[in-house]
Design a protein around this ligand. Structure first.
Ligand SMILES: Nc1ncnc2c1ncn2[C@@H]1O[C@H](COP(=O)(O)OP(=O)(O)OP(=O)(O)O)[C@@H](O)[C@H]1O
Length: 514
């Protein structure tokens, strides 16, 4: 998952290299910079100097703002490695020093172009004095700001120099149509994405365009490619790319700080709105705003593109009217890449890496072996390739056996294991002391119904399986039965702490034992 980004008047709004916004009640000594130093010192103490400097030596604060902390590293490889090996630890260490922190994200610094032509502050202009204006000045400034003239903003009633309210984070410059490998599993989605980016007449049929696929299959890549291409073709178009999480967070803070109206006005004139990771959109008022926004855009024939890990009908946390609006356009699925797509993705990664390091030499048979062995998502392929790249710098001699060993490491230490529905059924049945046969039976006694509903719920949240598929795997039940179970358990764990703890425990057992 990628974080949000905003583009305005055809220009990307990039996060400034040092966007420091001190959290509520934090003193300078306990502010983000001090906490960052403390986290780095703890990482060094825990991991040793060598490991520390390999992975964290060049890590910097990119942005901190109301609970969201972005740390930047110079390469995508570092970001990926830190994400898969150290992100939980960093989050834990950060929260020890700042309990108000919600999450830490790692971003790639090279794409945070500080020379971006414009930067947007979505607060009312009248609240934004120029950077060098005297403290407390409320001189109105235009809402379109140049990056180098970034303005401080008012927080907690005080002007705090050096801070900006930024509506997003960078587009990844690698994510273009040119670098997106097209094949049978994504051809239709790719064609629709191109039509939207080119605002061809056929694009009207795809509004909203809804793209769904399970994790790592290229949704973010495709969505960002649409944004990049739309801007390239129409530099004056107003294109906004946001993750649902970012959208929620922006609205929540705007409401809290009384500038929701202003934010809404700014969102009104968008030509192309792109929302990623829609499955994370939660909360009644936020959904209300979102629905209002897409209604407004669709009514004025503007384009909306949405991506999620499941089709609109299965986004159970969404209000029916949001779901129905999303259902009103075209929903297209992207599936797992086949062998030849996987090989093309790897070849492309290799060409890019070789252009940066001409001494690199990964023979075609090695790439082909990786494409055969790693059959999952683009993200898994990327992880495998990065692992080979990294290890090759120490051990230039490559063989198939060597690759096998390296890939073994990827799967031991990298992506989490996939949870299977059978594992969930086995572990839930054991936990509630019922048999698996009873779990799948038609018996409706309370002692069986609850474990069955819990197991269905866990199958939905812990696997990428669709509701109908889960229904089939639970003794041929209808998808509405599964949906009912999911809602029931969601409701119970929201209302009852013991139930919530039970679910957490089961999730842990399944993750450990699957
Ligand atoms: N068809 C493809 N062509 C080229 N690269 C791809 C393709 N599919 C996936 N990738 C690469 O795989 C990685 C993961 O893709 P991406 O982040 O877009 O997945 P996602 O579907 O958004 O995942 P998530 O659901 O976790 O957000 C990226 O580096 C992306 O470039």
């Amino acid at each position: 998952m990628q974080s949000g980004i905003a583009q305005r008047a055809g220009t990307v709004t990039f996060v400034p290299e040092k966007h420091i916004e001190e959290g509520k009640g934090m003193t300078p000594q306990s502010g983000p910079e001090a906490n960052f130093e403390r986290v780095k010192a703890q990482l060094k103490a825990r991991l040793g100097n060598d490991v520390y400097s390999s992975w964290f030596g060049r890590m910097m604060i990119a942005e901190t703002s109301r609970g969201l902390i972005r740390l930047s590293v110079p390469t995508a490889f570092l970001r990926q490695w830190i994400n898969s090996h150290y992100l939980d630890l960093i989050n834990e260490l950060w929260k020890q020093g700042d309990p108000t922190a919600l999450k830490v994200e790692i971003v790639v610094r090279s794409t945070t172009r500080s020379t971006a032509p414009s930067i947007e502050d979505e607060r009312p202009a009248a609240r934004k004095p120029e950077r060098n204006a005297p403290a407390g000045s409320t001189t109105p400034t235009p809402s379109y700001q140049r990056a180098e003239k970034a303005t401080p903003s008012r927080l907690n009633g005080a002007e705090q120099p050096g801070k900006q309210a930024v509506l997003g984070s960078p587009l990844d410059s690698r994510y273009t149509f040119g670098s997106f490998v097209e094949g049978p599993s994504n051809r239709v989605a790719f064609a629709a994405a191109r039509a939207v980016a080119e605002s061809s007449s056929s694009a009207l049929r795809f509004n909203p365009l809804f793209i769904h696929a399970s994790v790592g299959l290229g949704k973010t890549h495709l969505l960002q490619a649409i944004a990049a291409e739309a801007i390239r073709l129409k530099p004056n178009a107003r294109v906004v790319y946001l993750t649902a999480e970012y959208f929620m967070w922006r609205f929540a803070t705007a409401i809290r700080d009384n500038y929701a109206l202003h934010l809404k006005e700014q969102l009104r004139d968008i030509d192309l709105l792109i929302i990623d990771d829609m499955q994370f959109l939660q909360g009644k008022s936020i959904q209300h705003e979102f629905c209002h926004l897409i209604n407004m855009l669709l009514d004025s024939a503007k384009q909306v593109v949405v991506a999620a890990d499941r089709p609109p009908a299965e986004l159970e946390s969404l209000e029916p009217r949001v779901r129905s609006r999303l259902n009103g356009g075209v929903a297209l699925e992207m599936a797992t890449p086949d062998y030849s797509m996987r090989l093309s993705i790897l070849r492309q990664r290799y060409e890019t890496a070789a252009s940066e390091d001409p001494s690199l030499n990964i023979p075609e048979d090695i790439l082909s072996h990786v494409a055969q062995a790693v059959t999952g998502s683009g993200r898994e392929l990327e992880g495998a390739f990065n692992q080979i790249l990294f290890r090759q710098s120490f051990e230039p001699e490559m063989s198939i056996a060597w690759v096998e060993e390296v890939l073994g490491n990827v799967y031991r230490a990298g992506e989490p294991k996939r949870v299977r529905i059978e594992d969930i059924q086995r572990i839930v049945a054991r936990h509630y002391n019922v048999s698996k046969t009873e779990l799948l039976s038609n018996r409706r006694t309370r002692t069986i119904v609850k474990p069955r509903q819990v197991a269905m719920y866990l199958a939905k949240v812990m696997t990428p399986r669709s509701l109908p598929e889960i229904g089939r795997r639970f003794g041929g039940r209808d998808h509405t039965t599964v949906l009912h179970a999911v809602r029931k358990i969601e409701g119970l764990s929201g209302a009852d702490n013991t139930m919530a703890q039970e679910i957490e425990l089961l999730k842990r057992l399944i993750a450990e034992q699957a």
